[in-house]
Ligand binder design. Structure first.
Ligand code: ADP
Ligand code: MG
Length: 338
């Protein structure tokens, strides 16, 4: 047996990258979440070759100070939490401080940022973990991050990437999720130099119409139910809408897209009486609860959560949804009709 040795930072980051950035869409998620956490109002996304050649996100958020640029790419370095108490009630999308470090270890990453009030921007480049010195750069405001050639130097990983069009579809779906949860922000997306999506600021109904279609919004039931610290709101696809597909199922917990067994079970039960077996409901629903009531630190991608009181959550969801859906059966007015 060889002797035990401590792995290099780059290798540690590359191991983490296997979990955090499975494919371009996951890298894009990390970048967009950072922009949202930085208070951006406008997020511009440029992709080349499904994100495998380039993922670029430009935001108008608070920016990063020159002296923090290298830290932003450092593993376990974050401005979002400081201690265990903060971890118990995370209010930002990120907090693990490993997104950028992971991406930068498996790509060539260029980070340009102009901190709020700074005279000009600064730029650093990380080539598979090797970091350059900061140089002055031009940027109106906010932050621009370019991820070039993701997994280019890791053929074993690259092999798992699908065609450009499939990777692009995953990226576009990731944008849809973040856009639905942030209707007050503008999103633009281009692929290979061609505009693909432009979402202007608006409310959830407008955003749902733009992403899920007018037909969904017009026939969906508006829900807004509260019980103590719990609130469920959004649009539940009408059982009468035949074309619903599994793809159009969006559930957010405190603004974060999640997939969760408790939630899925409640939704299935609520829809069971009103849907035929072969149909799938479409929905865009938001559950809000106190941050202490949900643990988001279950998996590096944070798509899974754990509720402290999962029984209470299940009952609340089932009661709220059943009430809303049975109201449609009785001929209530759908959300899109004034
Ligand atoms: P985390 O999001 O978990 O903190 P990241 O590796 O994704 O970890 O980012 C590290 C840090 O870099 C963040 O905590 C934040 O301070 C800074 N940062 C990253 N992206 C941006 C951005 N677009 N605008 C402003 N700050 C950013
Ligand atoms: Mg992050």
């Amino acid at each position: 047996m060889p002797r035990i040795q401590v792995l290099s930072d780059t290798l540690v980051n590359q191991i983490a990258a296997g979990e955090v950035v499975e494919r371009p869409a996951n890298a894009l998620k990390e970048l967009l979440e950072n922009s949202i956490d930085a208070g951006a109002q406008s997020l511009n996304i440029e992709l080349m070759a499904g994100g495998t050649k380039l993922i670029k996100v430009i935001d108008d958020g608070i920016g990063i100070e020159k002296d923090d640029l290298a830290l932003a790419l450092h593993r376990h370095a974050t401005s979002k939490i400081k201690d265990f108490d903060d971890l118990q009630r995370v209010g930002t999308l990120g907090f693990r401080g490993e997104g950028l470090a992971s991406i930068a270890s498996v790509s060539r990453l260029v980070l340009t940022s102009r901190f709020d009030g700074g005279a000009h921007a600064w730029r650093v480049e990380a080539d598979h973990g090797r970091l350059s010195d900061a140089e002055p750069a031009a940027l109106a405001l906010g932050t621009s991050i370019e991820v070039h050639d993701l997994y280019y130097q890791l053929p074993a990983r690259r092999k798992f990437l699908k065609s450009d069009s499939t990777e692009f579809a995953h990226c576009a779906e990731m944008v849809n999720r973040l856009a639905l949860a942030n209707p007050d922000k503008q999103f633009t997306l281009s692929h290979n130099g061609r505009a693909s999506l432009r979402l202007m600021r608006g409310d959830v109904h407008k955003r749902c119409a733009a992403v899920l279609g007018d037909e969904f919004v017009q026939s969906a039931v508006a829900i807004d139910e509260r019980a103590g610290p719990l609130r469920l709101w959004g649009l539940a696809g009408s059982p009468t809408l035949g074309k619903s597909s599994r793809d159009a199922q969006y559930f957010f917990v405190n603004g974060r897209f999640v997939r969760d067994k408790v939630i899925q079970h409640a939704l299935r039960e609520a829809y069971r009486d009103v849907l035929h077996h072969d149909r799938h409901s479409a929905y865009c629903l938001f559950l809000e609860l106190e941050p202490e009531g949900v643990d988001v630190n279950v998996h590096p991608t944070k798509i899974e959560v754990r509720f402290r009181e999962s029984g209470a959550i299940y009952r609340f969801l089932l009661t709220s949804l059943t009430r809303a859906l049975s109201a449609t059966k009785a001929g209530a007015v759908p959300a899109g009709v004034d």
